[in-house]
Design a protein around this ligand. Sequence first.
Ligand code: C2O
Ligand code: CU
Length: 479
Amino acid sequence: MRQVRGFAHGPTLNRRRLLAAGGAATGLMVLPGPVSAAPMERRLRAAPGRAALVGAGYPDTEVWTYEGGVPGPLLRVPQGGRLRVAVENDLPQETTVHWHGLRIPLAMDGVPILSQPPIASGETFVYDFVAKDAGTFWYHPHVRGFEQVERGLSGVLIVDEPEPLAVDRDEVWVLDDWRLDQLAQVTEDFGHPMDLSHAGRLGNTVTVNGRIVEQVPVRAGERLRLRLVNVANARHFALSFEGHRPLVVAYDGQPVAPHEPEGGLIVLGPAMRADIVLDCEGRPGDRVSIVDRFYQGREYRLLDLAYDREAPLREDPLDAPRVLASNPVPEPDLRDALTAEIVFEGGMMGGMSAGMMNGHRTDMRSLMRAGKMWAVNGIVAVGEAMEPTVTVPEGRTAHFTLVNRTAWPHPIHLHGHHFRVLTRNGAPPPHREWRDTVLLLPEDRVEVAFVAGIVGDWLLHCHVLEHMAGGMLAVVRVA
Ligand code: C2O
Ligand code: CU
């Protein structure tokens, strides 16, 4: 992977000293065993709360939570199961919940105006849908995401395969990035023009499952399934597992032929997920660092795998399949595809001089005064209700070429669909994987294809939440 230039902000909040104080407990979620196939009713109350993000020696951080937690509760439903979630809004702002990566009806997609009126303070909205695909998904608000997600609103939804992989432990690691002040409080400079026009809101504190984690205990010989979920507004990760060979078995919830990633790096832009199978091949007492290498010159240790002193669980890696059964996602038919080129432009050092905003050609200086910096096919989005950039007949294959004409990386997400990645800069990727969010590095050109599934207006946007707020959002209509 090409590295991306360094930025002003790295995770630097006295992290090493803070970490030295922690240690014993890891705060990682260990998943419960198999669940029943019964329909699941859950409540998600969104409300202000507190969380011990940094830990010893620092005050709790004021956050916004689902059910009091950061991240919110882990929701889990069997494939084909139905989930009914009552979202109670006790925030001082309106909100919605978007079920990222789920192929569900538009009315359940959580986009204000396009899907539903936003949930006002004091109101409740019930989301009700069937989980068609097994995998690792997540949920987050789709109103003022650059503030609401940053304040802590997000959670993971696991849809269980009928035949789970045989592993010793199945764990979720929710990766988040926070910009905290010296008292460990979230700085309230949401949507700052510097962040909007550059890399988005990069923070100074990286948490795993809502706290700074020093180490994760492991036992020699055990096999882990790690579900990595990047819920950060803007931080990208490229994780290397020193001396280990993590095998990717799914991206964005969709199974992929198990493989070791290029350069051994698990790359996760905002909103992206990777399920990996990790055989703990170290020896009792070993300590192995997981290092994030995404930003050049800003590498840092995320956490250590700390091997206990017990005898290895087994001498040879577990002899069990690591292939997940595929989901029922319709295969695109490229012979009869509707093609479109979708160009992302803007930001600093991008050379964009003007864009169409509210139907008027607007120069960059006026755009910036309006808090807008980005465009999709020349259009600068103001809110979600907009004319479609592309209209695809229901059931037809769409074949898009996504072009990054900017100086910044953008994780581009399509709602309600997964697409196959056909080419990257002209070359087919080794696994033609399915994704709901694809990372475009500067000047990248990526071809994707999908079958237009469900009638409606679906968002296509950058998941750097400041870029989305700054206009990098479009609508794909399925009609
Ligand atoms: Cu995960 Cu439109 O979002
Ligand atoms: Cu972006």
